[in-house]
Write a protein that binds this ligand. Structure first.
Ligand code: AMP
Ligand code: MG
Length: 333
């Protein structure tokens, strides 16, 4: 009996010791950074001394100083003003943009800044230009209006670049790379560009709400993601103006020189790379449902959720098991 008691006590002490030494799960800490014309939220798991948040904040502000089209001393501002600049990040993202431009048949085109200015998306007031003004402005746009040699970018006279379609995705890639080196799980929201890093400490999936284009304050569906992914949405409700009952959004169709007018209201892309997801969400929005579905069938590096003007939701097959909260149609290979 004595032996049994001693044994039970030993087991109890062992269990208590194990219980006491078990590491608590890393707690999340939140940091907000104002950069790239938006509010960025960084949720880091286990950043007890806020050292990682500091590194990421500095990196986001550094990238803002490169890619801001309006900040007077940004690298991009200088390029658009003086037509020439040397910069490794700008050149790297321009290379990615070029590949996406080719791959999407010109739907993604970073040389459309003259159009954004013409229509008043950059500047003081929205404006509906004449067909002649649009055609005239289109002559200043296109991939033949810039050249890239190493890190050196040269613009033709009257051309101007805008990385609004990709820069936040590129920033998410830079943050992700750092967080991977220090093995810190994170959920980043860079103005609507979501980046998950690693596995959530409690082992559950990352849950990401996709906005309802009809009511952007509410969520239309929830996407569940495991591991490291970029989830990026382009939508006609993010920046727009209305005139005579017509809705004009901030994404341009390079083939017409006007804001995109098709059946889509939003496109969400899920991919391994932030810049790819960001560039593709913009490009698929330009393409419309049919062409976007064809592009997905011809690719193997992304999945997408398409929401049209009637609220109908179409998702590529790879996401069919990851979506909750709504009815949807699946695009098969
Ligand atoms: P996003 O919100 O990522 O879809 O990017 C939209 C932003 O990219 C716009 O505010 C413009 O600055 C720029 N943009 C608009 N149309 C295009 C296009 N077809 N290709 C590349 N950039 C574009
Ligand atoms: Mg984009």
């Amino acid at each position: 009996m004595k032996q049994l008691l001693a044994f039970s006590l030993a087991v109890l002490l062992f269990l208590l010791a194990v219980g006491c030494t078990r590491e608590p799960l890393p707690e999340p800490t939140d940091t907000v950074v104002a950069a790239m014309d938006t509010e960025m939220q960084l949720r880091l798991y286990g950043d007890t001394d806020h050292a990682a948040a500091k590194v990421l904040t500095e990196e986001l502000l550094r990238l803002n100083d490169i890619f801001s089209p309006t900040k007077e001393d940004s690298v991009l501002y200088r390029l658009n003003r003086f037509l020439t600049v040397q910069d490794a990040d700008l050149a790297a993202l321009l290379r990615t943009a070029d590949e996406l431009c080719v791959r999407t048949d010109g739907a993604l085109d970073v040389s459309l800044l003259p159009l954004s200015r013409l229509w008043g998306f950059i500047g003081t007031a929205y404006y509906i230009p004449s067909e002649e003004e649009i055609l005239q402005t289109l002559t200043r746009c296109g991939a033949d209006k810039y050249s890239l040699n190493g890190d050196h970018i040269q613009l033709h006279n009257d051309a101007a670049l805008d990385f609004g379609a990709l820069a936040k995705g590129y920033a998410a890639d830079q943050c992700r790379a750092y967080l991977e080196t220090i093995q810190m799980p994170a959920l980043l929201s860079l103005g609507g560009n979501i980046q998950t890093v690693g596995t959530k400490p409690d082992g559950s999936a990352w849950l990401i709400g996709v906005q309802d284009p009809q009511q952007p304050d509410s969520t239309l569906l929830t996407l569940s993601v495991t591991g490291t992914k970029a989830v990026v949405t382009s939508g006609d409700y993010q920046r727009y103006f209305e005139h005579d009952g017509q809705h004009y959004c901030h994404i341009f169709d390079p083939s017409t020189g006007s804001p995109v007018q098709n059946e889509l209201r939003s496109v969400t892309v899920v991919a391994d790379s932030g810049a790819l997801a960001d560039g593709l969400s913009t490009a698929l929005f330009v393409m419309g449902v049919e062409q976007a579905a064809a592009h997905w069938r011809a690719s193997n590096d992304f999945e997408a959720i398409l929401i049209d003007k009637n609220g109908a939701i179409t998702v590529t097959a790879g996401l069919a098991d990851s979506i909750a909260g709504c009815e949807f149609t699946v695009i098969e290979r």
